[in-house]
Design a protein around this ligand. Structure first.
Ligand SMILES: [Zn+2]
Length: 323
């Protein structure tokens, strides 16, 4: 199955039109960047080429998904991510060549509202009198930036934003954990593309996870200064909050070890070290302080101060428990 999240209505329209064999030879998907225009372009290419209603599973569909179908040409990507007259003209020469496999050959022009006028004119020539074997799919964000001469020759479909629930489902099925998926979906108002790029922007996520591991590793050997230093690496409260989230996971695992429960370790070595170096009460005290920082608005301090508070609290807890 081809997954189109939150696009049921549009999918149904496309399916019915395809069923009647009436898909336009030139289709425009307009919508916000990240709203799923490219996915819809792919889906439409499948409707044109798959023999089983865009099944998503046959070799044709799979090749389309992998950008490997010889008769589905993503022009911008083929040109290295940028429209340039010389290379575009060169590529368009290929339009006279008959399809490799099926009856039609599909050219996908993404972001055609960002093309220069001369590029758009080259397109116009092509769609004015296209050879019978050609199909065109365009995407744009702003139809007002596409010449009316082009717009008058395409069938326009507006791509709606995905609703939050569908966006969450999409991210979860892609392996994101539910709470993170929901957080992203809400942050980006259901825009799957923006959620995914935030996820793939591993630099942030990975950096925060590493900061948490560093802080937890220091805390696990009762190195208060190291803990504070690591926590101070966070740039704002949101980052600190994320780091504390990972941190508490590592220490919850330590507590689980202490209690003989099984843990699905986020950082096994650190959790084992913490279990070794702390008493159960100390771990609970430490976890309480960590939860407190995340939950309590009173501690709406900057990261450095919060880190200092946390370290002081945990030194205090240590003393309280040890002496
Ligand atoms: Zn198929």
């Amino acid at each position: 199955m081809t997954r189109l999240y939150g696009k049921d209505e549009l999918k149904e329209i496309l399916d019915l039109t395809a069923e009647k064999n009436r898909l336009s030879h030139a289709i425009m998907f307009s919508g916000r960047k990240g709203s799923g225009r490219k996915t819809l372009a792919r889906y439409t290419a499948k409707l044109f080429l798959c023999e089983n209603n865009a099944c998503g599973e046959c070799p044709t569909c799979r090749n389309i998904d992998m950008n490997a179908h010889p008769d589905v040409i993503f022009v911008k990507e083929t040109l290295g991510g940028k429209y340039e007259m010389k290379t575009l003209r060169e590529l368009l020469k290929g339009t006279v060549i008959k399809p490799n496999n099926g009856d039609v050959k599909i050219y996908v022009f993404e972001d055609c509202d960002s093309m220069l006028t001369q590029h758009q004119n080259a397109l116009l020539k092509l769609i004015e009198e296209p050879p019978a074997h050609l199909r065109f799919i365009f995407t744009c964000e702003n139809v007002n930036l596409v010449p009316i001469t082009v717009m008058s020759r395409v069938t326009l479909y507006e791509v709606p934003e995905t609703d939050i629930e569908s966006c969450v489902r999409c991210l979860v099925e892609d392996g994101t954990d539910e709470s993170r998926a929901r957080e992203l979906a809400e942050t980006f108002s259901g825009n799957i593309g923006e959620c995914k790029s935030a996820l793939s922007d591993d630099s942030i996520e990975t950096r925060l996870l590493n900061t948490a591991k560093k802080a937890a590793a220091a805390a696990s050997v009762k190195d208060g200064f190291g803990t504070a230093a690591a926590l101070s690496e966070t740039k704002d409260r949101a980052e600190l909050s994320a780091v504390m989230g990972y941190f508490t996971r590592i220490f919850r695992d330590a507590l689980a070890v202490k209690e003989g429960a099984c843990a699905d370790f986020a950082d096994k070595r650190t959790s084992l070290a913490a279990a070794e170096n702390y008493t159960e009460d100390e771990l609970i005290f430490l976890l309480d302080r960590a939860f407190e920082i995340n939950a309590n608005e009173i501690y709406n301090l900057n990261p450095a101060l919060t880190a200092a508070y946390f370290t002081a609290a945990f030194a205090e807890g240590k003393e309280g428990n040890n002496g």
